[in-house]
Design a protein around this ligand. Structure first.
Ligand SMILES: Cc1cc2nc3c(=O)[nH]c(=O)nc-3n(C[C@H](O)[C@H](O)[C@H](O)COP(=O)(O)OP(=O)(O)OC[C@H]3O[C@@H](n4cnc5c(N)ncnc54)[C@H](O)[C@@H]3O)c2cc1C
Length: 398
């Protein structure tokens, strides 16, 4: 297996670099570097720039307006974007719903929704999890009962990321209680403006309302908003999750975090010398860097297998666990590096335009909030315990 880039891949990488240099706005880079939260307008600005270039949907086929890149091109793009501190692309419409509609949606749904995802007309959120249905997703209870040409939806979703910005939600709903729980689930597209929907913020440990609870009280949804067939939603839901877990290792994010950590460790002092020269601290950075290099190689191996037509299997569970541990360790080391300046918990430091003067250097202000926020990495997208269960069964065959 050759892990080096081909000439064509190097040319592609240079094209991506040139685009970033010309088009990535400085203010978005500054926000990423300082770790401030992006607003809806920031995300929309970046999406529009990528869309104008035809690069907003790297994984979509050309017929739907995507870039149709292979796995290696997507990897290069992701890598360059995170190294340049570009904002992430919000995944719900682009990486999750888009592929489901392309595979299972009706022609009308594809024609209507896919261009709206690219143009930024719709902001989608994901209504999978419920209280009592997280890891055990098949036990969703939110019901959709057919009434003429509508479904009447009742129930509750939870942990809905950025649902406060969304005008649409894709939901798993229970349309039958017969048979196995997986057999009575349908996949429904719901307009967030429909009467009977209430969104309540959940404030996370870092002080941000990044996730929400969404309540449905006799919400009328037209039957044409059903994706595919009634009671077949589990198949579509699982298909979506394979897309949700792409690039789950977060190699690019870890690289960017490591560079930031090293920058801080050069600026901070320990015993009159730069912290990065402290043997104990340098050893901890070296360990996380070695782990990251090993994971990047595994990631490239998986990417190169995918480029050769093989689907990543349980390796993505390995990457999820290791990637999470590495990013959380980088967050911990960053807190260590800023020392006492990590003590004041300045959650407002994450807000763009915050006029609170940081007590220490500006790079120290978000360190604790980021450390706390990234506790989520080992939970969402399938918790690390669940991933370990998958490895036990699929790789170790225990
Ligand atoms: C910040 C954040 C954002 C999220 N965003 C979204 C979103 O936008 N949309 C959405 O639908 N969902 C979202 N989620 C939900 C996420 O997918 C679930 O939190 C996750 O699947 C775990 O489910 P749970 O929280 O119900 O925990 P539970 O399933 O109740 O698990 C609790 C603990 O028990 C462990 N556990 C459970 N079952 C097993 C088992 N069989 N073996 C070993 N250990 C087990 C878990 O690993 C965990 O540690 C988000 C979650 C977070 C934290």
């Amino acid at each position: 297996m050759d892990l080096n880039y081909t000439e064509a891949e190097i040319a592609f990488r240079d094209e991506v670099r040139a685009f970033i240099k010309a088009k990535l706005p400085d203010h978005l880079v500054d926000q990423s570097k300082l770790g401030t939260s992006l607003t809806k307008a920031d995300y929309e600005e970046w999406h529009a720039i990528l869309n104008a270039q035809g690069w907003l949907a790297p994984n979509w086929p050309k017929e739907f307006g995507g870039a149709a890149w292979n796995a290696v091109e997507r990897h290069i793009f992701e890598d360059e974007m995170t190294k340049a501190n570009a904002p992430r692309v919000v995944p719900f419409g682009l990486s999750m719903l888009g592929p489901v509609l392309q595979a299972f949606g009706s022609k009308e749904q594809q024609d209507y929704y896919l261009p709206r995802i690219l143009n930024g007309d719709d902001w989608w959120c994901q209504g999978y999890s419920e209280p009592g249905a997280g890891s055990d997703l098949a036990s969703v209870r939110t019901s959709a009962v057919r009434d003429g040409d509508h479904y009447i939806v009742n129930g509750q979703k939870t942990w809905t990321t950025l649902g406060q910005y969304a005008n649409k939600i894709f939901c798993l709903v229970r349309t039958s209680k017969e048979g196995k729980p997986q057999q009575g689930i349908s996949f429904l597209l719901i307009d967030m403006d429909t009467p009977g929907i209430e969104v309540r913020p959940i404030v996370l440990i870092d002080g941000t309302p990044e996730v929400n609870e969404v309540f449905f009280d006799n919400v009328k949804v037209p039957v044409e908003n059903l994706v595919g067939e009634e009671n077949k939603g589990w198949t579509y839901a699982k298909y979506l999750l394979t897309h949700e877990r792409t690039n789950i290792a977060g190699v690019g994010f870890a690289n960017a975090g490591l560079q930031n950590l090293k920058r801080i460790a050069r600026l901070e002092q320990s015993g009159g010398r730069p912290l990065i020269e402290n043997p104990h601290f340098a050893a901890r950075i070296a360990r996380v860097e070695m782990d990251l290099m090993a994971m990047s190689t595994t990631n490239l191996r998986v990417v190169s297998q995918a480029a050769a037509g093989q689907a990543p299997g349980a390796e993505s569970s390995m990457l999820k666990i290791k990637g999470t541990i590495i990013r959380q360790e980088i967050n911990a080391l960053t807190r260590n590096a800023v020392g006492p300046y990590a003590m004041p918990f300045a959650s407002e430091a994450l807000d763009e335009g915050s006029n609170e003067e940081p007590v220490g250097p500006d790079y120290a202000a978000p360190a604790t909030a980021q450390y706390l926020n990234n506790r989520k990495l080992s939970i969402f997208g399938g918790s690390n315990e669940i991933q370990r269960g998958i490895i036990t069964k699929a790789i170790l065959e225990l």
